[in-house]
Design a protein around this ligand. Structure first.
Ligand code: ZN
Length: 218
């Protein structure tokens, strides 16, 4: 792990490879589309320096593997702004090493460094099969009122973030709520579940609750 001017760099051992068959991506892609429609994943010139934001992933195997790895398929880097994705926009992260800040990936596109946070969530429990990372100013700003567990102010995609996710899983009601906010990552929210519905609807449910908070103030 190398550091430069206080910023921890992550390492991605990336091997270009073929795309997965689209049939294996269709459920993931449909949920992503809904996240784009609701603005939870996207790209906006006025937000985050104009970079694409948010990503969605699912574990490749439902079974626990003997090697302890938990490969997952995730949207590629800087795909947030695209309304429609193809199989070429998804990549398999074959291994994640949070402590070394390193991940190994194979596919037609590189994963974003946020894949490390997805990996940290999968490492919590083998029953977690889906992860959504969205950017929601509504949920993030109302996290306390909504009872959303928040990480400490640490950079995303860092060993510190992975440690914070683990801490929340042990110390907070994260296992019941399946949602947390990232204090060091503006508007960053993560939900997860055993199914796409559990992960996706948790995000949408909290967005609706957050919108109610805003209405009460008006
Ligand atoms: Zn993010």
């Amino acid at each position: 792990m190398s550091t430069q001017e206080g910023i921890v760099k992550y390492r991605c051992d990336f091997t270009p490879g073929p795309a997965l068959p689209f049939s294996e991506l269709s459920e993931l892609n449909a949920w992503r589309k809904l996240m784009v429609i609701t603005g939870l994943i996207g790209q906006d010139p006025n937000r985050y320096g104009g970079y694409g934001y948010g990503n969605i992933s699912r574990r490749l195997d439902a079974q626990v593997r003997s090697d302890g790895l938990h490969p997952f398929v995730i949207t590629g880097t800087q795909t947030g702004g695209k309304a429609d994705l193809t199989a070429e926009d998804y990549v398999v992260v074959t291994a994640c090493y949070a402590q070394e800040n390193r991940l190994v990936a194979e596919g037609p596109i590189k994963p974003s460094s946020e894949a490390l946070t997805h990996g940290a969530v999968y490492a919590l429990d083998s029953q977690i099969l889906w992860v959504v990372h969205a950017h929601s100013p509504e949920i993030w700003c109302n996290a306390e009122a909504l009872g959303v567990p928040m990480t400490a102010n640490v950079p995303y995609g860092s060993p510190e973030m992975a440690a914070e996710v683990k801490r929340l899983y042990i110390e907070s009601d994260l296992p019941q709520k399946r949602i947390f906010g990232m204090a060091g990552h503006e508007d960053g929210i993560v939900t997860y579940g055993r199914t796409a519905e559990e992960a996706g609807f948790t995000m949408l449910t909290y967005l609706v609750r957050a919108l109610q908070c805003a209405e009460r103030r008006n």
